[in-house]
Design a protein. Structure first.
Length: 161
């Protein structure tokens, strides 16, 4: 599989990843955006979070960074996020943000934010799962960026003490 960006200017290849040191614990998210010959990298983090929250946050940050509707090929190593946004969310919404077991959906604040971005942005998104830590260059870079996000969160908390 090739990972080079498509030629069309409104086509974007996106890799996202989340990381957490402890679960919960300090976490980070990373985003690699590629369009034409341009590349943009984003990362950030939080002190008290979970890996799943950081995986969702990475996708939110990626979509927020795009300022016009795009054709997106989005690679992520989180089946939780991919299945959540493409399959499970329909049932969650129909049940008032409850799971099939009638429990509240975890991370509902982020799921609602992601749902709004996906439905209102005009983006056309092809959600593609990629195996994490398997040598895919885009995924490896997103993982490294997510770990920079963890470091940023840790350093920020040390500075505020």
């Amino acid at each position: 599989m090739t990972t080079s960006p498509p030629a069309s200017p409104d086509s974007v290849v996106v890799y996202t990843d989340g990381a957490c040191k402890g679960n919960p614990g300090p976490g980070g998210w990373g985003v690699l955006l590629q369009s034409g010959g341009a590349t943009k990298e984003l990362f950030g983090g939080e002190m008290a979070t979970t890996n799943n929250r950081m995986e969702i946050m990475a996708v939110i940050q990626a979509l927020t960074a795009l300022k016009r509707p795009c054709q997106i090929t989005l690679f992520l190593d989180s089946e939780y996020v991919r299945k959540g946004i493409t399959e499970w969310i329909h049932g969650w919404k129909a049940r008032g943000w409850r799971t099939a077991a009638k429990a509240p959906v975890k991370n509902v604040d982020l799921w609602q934010q992601l749902d709004a971005l996906v439905s209102q942005s005009g983006h056309r998104i092809d959600w593609r799962w990629v195996r994490g830590h398997a040598g895919n260059p885009g995924n490896e870079r997103a993982d490294a960026l997510a770990n920079l996000g963890v470091d940023k969160a840790l350093n920020g908390s040390r500075q505020s003490r």
